[in-house]
Design a binder for this molecule. Structure first.
Ligand code: DC
Length: 232
């Protein structure tokens, strides 16, 4: 039998981690888990209950409510993609707005939030055969993952991609705001105390600034196939 592995993909925001993770999972017949969506869903909950806003964050109130927050994924029958559910409500669209992007990093810096989500993520990977993307997958969630990738691209390239995505989705944003958000999240995500974003010592770094999606996919697929061959 073909033994399955865990593929951990980490990197800065908007480096195209989820695109390649999804492509890879599809090709390998693995499960794809977007852990950023889980942090975004907790952020949306905090926004809905007014625990967080542009000028305030009641961290204690959010921590107290954590047992009431249930996050799971469900494959959409229309798109075939996994979508995130917050307390059984599909919030896939709401969690992708710039408003959530602006507030997610402080929420993701809360240790109790991280503990809850990391435990859930580790359970998801118990049978392996999983591609998980985030910031701490190779360092904290699955430090023994058979394959770890670390994606980078310049802030300018990432902001351009993200701006295009948001505009295509009908959001009224400026490129400057998106660039500011990308740079700000990089800073908070990589300087927070608990599980800061960093490259695991044994992760393979991929800079995709000058790669097309197709080139990136084939490069990473080759690396993944080699890693799978090594365990079989
Ligand atoms: O991947 P993303 O941009 O959707 O992630 C949203 C935020 O969640 C990101 O700014 C940092 C945080 N995050 C995290 O701290 N750890 C993860 N494993 C995934 C995301």
């Amino acid at each position: 039998m073909n033994k399955k592995i865990i593929i951990a993909i980490d990197g800065y925001s908007s480096t195209g981690k989820s695109t390649v993770a999804r492509q890879l999972a599809k090709r390998l017949g693995y499960i794809y888990v977007d852990t950023g969506a889980m942090y975004r869903a907790v952020t949306l909950y905090a926004m809905q209950h007014n625990y967080i806003g542009p000028d305030h964050f009641d961290k204690d109130a959010l921590e107290k409510c954590l047992p009431l927050i249930h996050i799971r994924f469900e494959v959409s029958s229309t798109t075939g993609l996994a979508e995130v559910l917050l307390n059984d409500v599909n919030v896939e669209k709401q969690i992708r707005t710039l408003e959530v992007s602006r507030l997610v990093s402080p929420v993701a810096a809360v240790s109790k939030v991280r503990k809850k989500l990391v435990e859930q993520q580790q359970l998801m990977g118990i049978d392996k055969g999983i591609v998980m993307d985030g910031r701490d997958i190779g360092t904290v969630v699955f430090p023994d993952a058979e394959l770890k990738l670390f994606m980078t691209a310049t802030a300018k390239d990432r902001a351009e991609r993200r701006y295009k995505e948001l505009v295509d989705r009908g959001e009224n944003v400026t490129y400057e705001d998106v660039l500011k958000n990308v740079v700000n999240r990089d800073h908070i995500d990589s300087t927070r105390k608990d599980s800061p974003l960093r490259k695991a010592a044994n992760a393979i770094q991929i800079d995709n600034s000058n790669l097309t999606l197709d080139e990136q996919f084939h490069q990473i697929l080759g690396i993944a196939q080699k890693a799978i061959m090594q365990v079989n």
